[in-house]
Design a protein around this ligand. Structure first.
Ligand code: SF4
Length: 155
């Protein structure tokens, strides 16, 4: 089964700590994260717009999949990785490209408008990625929705 991922979600996966827009969204992201961690040979198709993570975005919330800052973020990440929508490759090859070309400081440059960025978990995820052989398991945290003390959105 191929996993569809948009550009910036390649980064979001690196800092994933079990949170999301809804329990269903977080559970879906956790499943995909676990699959890529356990099976780096998993095939990934780079897509434009909504992907396998967006598939579980809650239907009662306004999505932002097509907003230009989000699309621009996708494009910047893909340009750095030398990838384009339509590319199909194993996750392990994406991991290699990430290790070679993405730095923790890129999160501040690319993700300025993302409410998740100030928590620092994404930059920390990039730093881990630079030295790890594969995705690391997220810390176990309960699901937290937008609006709580540890509120965030993940786009
Ligand atoms: S800061 Fe936001 S967009 Fe950037 S990697 Fe983290 S969750 Fe994804």
């Amino acid at each position: 089964m191929i996993t569809q991922l948009r550009g910036h979600h390649l980064l979001c996966l690196l800092g994933f700590q079990g949170m999301g827009y809804s329990p269903e969204f977080a559970a879906n992201m956790a499943r995909i994260h676990a699959r890529l961690r356990a099976h780096p040979e998993t095939g990934v198709e780079i897509v434009t717009g909504a992907d396998s993570l967006c598939a579980c975005f809650p239907k009662d919330q306004v999505n932002h999949c097509g907003e230009s800052p989000v699309s621009e973020r996708d494009a910047r990440v893909l340009e750095r990785l030398g990838l384009a929508p339509g590319a199909r490759l194993p996750w392990r090859d994406i991991w290699k490209r990430l290790q070679e070309s993405v730095e923790p400081a890129d999160i501040d440059a690319w993700c300025l408008s993302c409410p998740w960025r100030p928590y620092g978990v994404c930059a920390a995820g990039v730093a881990r990625m630079k030295i790890d052989a594969r995705l690391s398991a997220p810390e176990t945290r309960p699901f937290q929705s937008r609006g709580g003390d540890a509120a965030h959105s993940r786009d």
